[in-house]
Write a protein that binds this ligand. Structure first.
Ligand SMILES: NC(=O)c1ccc[n+]([C@@H]2O[C@H](COP(=O)([O-])OP(=O)(O)OC[C@H]3O[C@@H](n4cnc5c(N)ncnc54)[C@H](OP(=O)(O)O)[C@@H]3O)[C@@H](O)[C@H]2O)c1
Length: 306
């Protein structure tokens, strides 16, 4: 059996796909990737809410580390589908912690800035969580359950996660690029600020958390704090699209089902020091994503003209 073995859950999602890619490219880990239905090539089916199956799979592969990228991520729907959101984001995290305990694995779990109320910003790992929507509450419950069951864990909290991967669900950057490339106007809030994070960078941080064998809670996000509106304008610039199609609006005008924190920006010094990571600027990360899209043949009209 290889010395280092990583089991990745939620491998069909944006972060899950990036984890598989980064661990393959940058490490010697033997990788076991799992997704919900086993639909992605090379993935085993694993519904993390199935306690027995979690124990079976972890027992079969005896990973040295489990990285949980599976989650219920629809923030608005979580307000109504409360049971499903809680089961995936909290109860199932406890199941993974049980399995990690039984088979002696480390558990790397991904959490969110939505554990904070967003009233102050500049949150450190010591700041007091105060979620204002149900998704945030389920993610905080998942963190707490994990901490109560396991000592060998790392929780990486991230925010405004974006990136490109095959068949991935729409994220903010893909949405902005899609709409602007069709020359459709968009309205974007200028009163919600945060730190956009390229999924590739977060996946790399997760690898570092395994290799450096760190434990505890870490804030891992891009270092620049921007409003969604500013972010959209930077996306337009990097992708060569027309920024005049972007109109600033206020959160109140959006009528979103779930409340959003206004300023959930992170201080990431702890992660930078302990994981040995340096996050690039928003523009550099966007340029990296643009190159990936070009390489995959996903180009829109404006990019072709450049
Ligand atoms: N996106 C953001 O802006 C953001 C911000 C902060 C934190 N995060 C956190 O970052 C992590 C990764 O997010 P992401 O953007 O990569 O999410 P994503 O693309 O929605 O991926 C989540 C994956 O979880 C899978 N999944 C759902 N229920 C499952 C279950 N019961 N068992 C196994 N897999 C299940 C989904 O499967 P299907 O593909 O089959 O649906 C999906 O592939 C999550 O923990 C999320 O809370 C995200």
């Amino acid at each position: 059996m290889p010395e280092e073995r990583a089991l990745i859950t939620g491998a069909n999602g944006l972060l899950g796909q990036k984890l598989v890619e980064v661990f393959r490219r940058e490490s010697e880990y033997e990788i076991y990737s799992c997704d919900l239905n086993g639909k992605r090539e090379g993935c085993m089916p694993l519904d993390i809410t199935d306690h027995q199956r979690v124990i079976e799979i972890v027992g079969a592969f005896k990973p040295t580390v489990i990285i949980n990228a599976a989650a219920y991520t629809n923030v608005d729907k979580a307000e109504v589908e409360r049971e499903a959101a809680y089961k995936i984001n909290a109860t199932a995290v406890g199941y993974l912690a049980d399995a990690a305990n039984i088979f002696g694995a480390k558990l790397i779990h991904i959490s969110t800035d939505y554990v904070f109320d967003g009233l102050k910003g500049n949150y450190t790992e010591d700041s007091k969580p105060e979620p204002i929507n149900y998704y945030g509450k389920t993610k905080l419950a998942g963190e707490n359950l994990l901490i109560s069951k396991l000592t060998d864990f790392a929780i990486l909290r991230t925010q405004v996660l974006y990136g490109f991967a095959p068949d991935v669900k729409m994220n903010f950057v893909l949405w902005v690029v899609d709409r602007l490339s069709k020359r459709e106007g968009i309205r974007v809030v200028d009163d919600q600020v945060g730190n956009p994070t390229l999924a590739d960078e977060l996946a790399f941080a997760a690898l570092k958390a395994c290799q450096r064998d760190v434990a505890g809670v870490f804030h891992v996000s891009g270092f620049e704090t921007v409003s969604r509106y500013e972010f959209a304008r930077q996306i337009a610039e990097v992708f060569g699209l027309d920024a005049s199609l972007i109109a600033p609006i206020k959160s109140d005008e959006l009528n979103q089902t779930a409340k959003r924190p206004k300023n959930s920006s992170f201080i990431c010094l702890n992660a930078q020091m302990k994981l040995g990571i340096a996050m690039p600027s928003v523009k550099d990360s966007l340029s990296r994503m643009k190159r990936q899209m070009k390489t995959s043949g996903v180009v829109h009209q404006s990019m072709k003209r450049q």
